[in-house]
Design a protein around this ligand. Structure first.
Ligand code: SF4
Ligand code: SF4
Length: 96
């Protein structure tokens, strides 16, 4: 399991700077975590550093239920904002 970033991300970049293995990067609409690089901070910190750093609690353990719900939102006409392994799997409702 790895950590993931939810659509609540406000692009502050705090998590990117704190990750000990450079698993976090900026994507088109928000920051994302590469699940193949994230090590859950094992061997570095007692708790996930990204979770510690995030001001809006957007860094959470990867949850298949969240990803499935976000994928469903896409079908309803939303803009993809969550990426996993390069594929869009989530979305945020557009206001315009
Ligand atoms: S849990 Fe740790 S290793 Fe994984 S993305 Fe967050 S800061 Fe990086
Ligand atoms: S710390 Fe939180 S709000 Fe800031 S870029 Fe990372 S996930 Fe987004």
């Amino acid at each position: 399991m790895s950590y993931m970033i939810t659509a609540e991300c406000v692009n502050c970049s705090a998590c990117e700077q704190e990750c000990p293995v450079q698993a976090i990067s900026a994507a088109a609409d928000q920051y994302v975590i590469d699940p193949n690089v994230c090590v859950d901070c094992e061997g570095y910190f007692e708790e996930a550093r990204c979770k510690w750093a995030c001001p809006v609690n957007a860094c959470i353990p990867e949850r298949e239920t969240y990803l499935a719900r976000a994928a469903t939102m896409i079908v309803k006409g939303v803009r993809p904002v969550i990426f996993k392994n390069g594929d869009s799997v989530g979305g945020k409702v557009l206001s315009d």
